[in-house]
Design a protein. Structure first.
Length: 292
């Protein structure tokens, strides 16, 4: 046995040097004889010379010292710096749930909704500059290209980070195709709490046909079923009579007046039981397809 205690003083030389002879420290570093064995035999020699008592603690110290030296060689290789081969494997973070990797498609009897993306830049800019929209939302001010780019960029960031955002709303063309662009419905995370806000912006061509309420019921169903939201809020200007009638058809109930967007607005709340009651009263608003 190579690691047994030598019984004669001359026997140790033969036991210790059964490997290749190392004349320099550099040769010793690259010797096939491991540091663990070398240090272990040093303790054996000390026991043989009656310098150090041989016990389990001494052998554990030897093995720990050899492990630390091997770890040091791994961290600082002879080639200089950290050896990339010894670096631990980087932990892969799970992919985020986003509309780009997991498309969200909502459909009703008349509408199809999908996440807004780069293809909708021109549509969004034309919608924001529609006189009907500018009068109802933007205080009759035209929306410059910079604002449109900023809104679309924020929308894409919301989809990538949270898994929800603005939906582009189209009429259904045949069984599954996108027809005319009507506007947008969306969910936003409020900055002061964890509530979701339902937003809307529809062109004048969609006015008077209850498209906003029908699309809103589909988005609310997505919020309650897929996102497990306990409630959704909505903010409406007191003078916007069209929106006030629309939120009532989706089951919203006014809870207070709150400052939002730099002005005092009416704050409405809807929960899943309220939405179910609104859909029961208007079966045509029921979503018929929900792909996530």
């Amino acid at each position: 046995m190579a690691d047994r205690i030598p019984r004669r003083r001359g026997e140790f030389h033969a036991t210790f040097n059964h490997g290749p002879r190392c004349s320099t420290l550099s040769d010793m570093r690259h010797s096939p004889l491991s540091y663990r064995i070398i240090l272990k035999r040093i303790f054996l020699l000390a026991r043989y010379m009656q310098v150090l008592p041989l016990n389990a603690s001494a052998l554990c110290i030897a093995e720990k010292s050899s492990h630390d030296h091997a770890h040091h060689r791994c961290r600082h290789s002879a080639f200089g710096g950290r050896d990339p081969r010894c670096a631990p494997a980087r932990r892969q973070s799970p992919p985020r749930r986003s509309a780009r990797t997991m498309p969200v498609i909502l459909k009703t009897a008349r509408l199809v909704l999908r996440p807004m993306d780069e293809r909708d830049l021109l549509r969004l800019h034309a919608l924001n500059n529609d006189p009907f929209v500018a009068n109802a939302i933007y205080d009759r001010k035209a929306s410059p290209w910079a604002d449109t780019h900023a809104r679309l960029k924020a929308c894409l960031a919301d989809w990538d980070m949270y898994g929800f955002g603005l939906f582009a709303v189209f009429t259904r063309d045949g069984n599954s195709g996108e027809g005319s662009f009507l506007g947008q419905r969306g969910l936003h995370l409020l900055s002061d709490n964890d509530d979701l806000e339902l937003s809307a912006c529809f062109s004048q061509a969609a006015s008077g046909k209850e498209y906003a309420a029908e699309a809103g019921c589909a988005v609310l169903d997505f919020a309650f079923r897929a996102l497990k939201a306990p409630r959704v809020l909505c903010f409406v200007r007191p003078e916007n009579q069209r929106s006030l009638r629309s939120v009532g058809k989706m089951g919203f109930r006014q809870i207070e007046d709150r400052w939002f967007g730099g002005r005092l607005r009416r704050c409405f709340e809807v929960r899943q039981r309220d939405l179910n009651g609104a859909i029961a009263a208007n079966p045509s608003f029921a979503p018929i397809l929900h792909l996530v």
